[in-house]
Design a protein around this ligand. Structure first.
Ligand code: SAM
Length: 292
């Protein structure tokens, strides 16, 4: 088998050969530790029948591990300078397709249909560019594409917010948006030393497995996310305060909001961070006839 791309020596060789310079604005921090890559790949639970979407292959460090463990890898890379490099480094593999595209612009349902018709499942596995981790994850979940799940490296602080439970300071509208669609867990904390160049923040790997159906039933998903977002607008304020400030004509309709809170069994003096997804769902349903 070919020497791993992700050893510090081989990575330096590749970068030198192509005179590649990192673009900080594209979140380019490449992994240089094959053990971490093996772990990320293992966490994804791939089989030889799996399809994998990778976001940001860089010089192919993770891509080759994914290709060895799955049936097919489709990788989105925004930086055109990396395409000739990837063609070289990934030449031993015949089950990888690199698309020169911003993943945020990509039509994922069409691409999944086209590229993964003969795979048993589809996982997203990536060392994400840190400047766009949240928009990428939300796009993957909101576009309702048939994924089994997502295993990604991101900033430790964002991982903590995503997997946070009610009553903690990390819990917020991001935790709710993601836990609505998935079971979320942090599976590994990763030191800065395994990247080139080293990022300024600590990193973690999270595993998000798609639920068969959302965690709670709500009458209107969009309104549910709107209520959770408003409830955390000012974390130190009570839920009543945030809702009267955020909902349309909320100040004049305070009494109605209090009644909706009572109907949902939520004390108006509580803070958003103490409400479970179930409580937010009940509250959404109580407010919906009044404000949607
Ligand atoms: N997978 C490689 C590794 O682990 O060594 C590189 C990971 S690096 C953190 C992020 C990669 O994402 C870079 O290659 C960068 O050019 C690419 N990237 C940044 N923004 C992107 C976007 N919007 N769509 C697709 N790729 C992007």
């Amino acid at each position: 088998m070919q020497k791993d791309i992700a050893t510090p020596i081989r990575t330096k060789e590749i970068l030198q050969k192509y005179g590649f310079s990192f673009k900080k604005s594209l979140g380019q921090n490449f992994l240089i530790d094959p053990n971490i890559l093996r772990n990320i790949t293992d966490f994804a639970g791939l089989t030889r029948e799996s399809g994998v979407i990778e976001i940001g292959p860089g010089i192919g460090a993770l891509t080759e591990h994914l290709a060895r463990a799955s049936k097919k890898v489709v990788a989105f890379e925004i930086d055109g300078r990396l395409l000739p490099i990837l063609e070289d480094t990934l030449s031993p593999y015949n089950n990888i397709e690199v698309l020169h595209q911003d993943v945020l612009e990509a039509n994922l349902p069409v691409i999944i249909n086209e590229k993964f018709s003969n795979t048993e499942d589809v996982m997203v596995v990536a060392n994400l560019p840190y400047y766009v981790t949240t928009p990428i994850i939300l796009k993957l979940l909101e576009s309702k594409i048939p994924l089994r799940g997502i295993v990604v490296m991101l900033q430790k602080e964002v991982a903590e917010r995503i997997a946070a439970k009610p009553g903690t300071k990390e819990y917020g509208s991001l935790s709710i948006a993601i836990q609505y669609y998935t079971t979320a867990e942090t599976v590994m904390i990763v030191p800065k030393t395994v990247f080139m160049p080293q990022p300024n923040v600590d990193s973690a790997v999270i595993r998000l497995l798609k639920r068969e159906k959302p965690a709670v039933d709500v009458v209107d998903e969009k309104f549910f996310f709107e209520i959770t977002r408003l409830s955390f607008a000012q974390r130190r304020k009570t839920i009543l305060n945030n809702l009267t400030n955020g909902l349309k004509a909320g100040k004049e309709r305070k009494e109605e909001i209090i009644r909706a809170l009572e109907q949902a069994n939520v004390e108006p003096s509580r803070r958003g961070e103490t409400l479970s997804l179930q409580e937010f769902a009940k509250l959404t349903d109580a407010l919906h006839p009044l404000f949607s």
